[in-house]
Write a protein that binds this ligand. Sequence first.
Ligand code: DC
Length: 225
Amino acid sequence: MNNNIVVAIDGFSSCGKSTIAKALAKKLDFVYIDTGAMYRAVTLYFLRNEIDLTNQTQVETALSNIHITFKTKDGQANLFLNDEDVSEEIRQMHVASNVSKVAAIPAVRHAMVKQQQLMGKSINIIMDGRDIGTTVFPEAQVKLFMTADPKIRAERRYKELVVKQPDITMEEVFDNLALRDHDDTTRKESPLVQADDAIVLDNSYLTPDEQLAFALDKITPFIKA
Ligand code: DC
């Protein structure tokens, strides 16, 4: 590993990983890389091009045609898929409901991990995902593993979703989160597991400011060293 600092943030869905990652990147002037967005972009490409997920050749050809970059626009890190800004579209339901199948394909994971390792090779980064501290950067100087009470996570997610989907129920949101936790932790390739040397950050009862202070306390010794 070079002299640059890598902060790996892993954890369950809807735990607030990206909120803390963005706040840390801004405070420390590090580059933020949202790896979930990369898997979502691959999913979008596969959907648009009707790629058969069981056809290895089709998957590999598609992967070789996918170029993902992050560009800062209006203070936000936007994701470009082959030079098209797809930051909004990758958050939509058609992508969300297909991404875990795509993220479980070994060839997809290998391609994304390779790109993520290149992105963090020489600059200070905050990278969030599911396998950053275990697979992408096992040598990361700081590893945070975020978790929160499932009921609290579902309540947070419900509040976000109900604005756009007034018919949604709390039960649906809770069940969807439970399913995603199950998929993330049980898939064969790089399942979500806590790295042995990760620091657990349970944010069930912490404010964003308290979480930021906790994380900064762990990271600053490496910056000063
Ligand atoms: O964090 P998110 O909800 O945007 O992630 C989208 C999907 O990608 C989710 O199914 C988990 C998966 N993912 C992954 O398998 N590995 C990562 N490093 C990041 C996300």
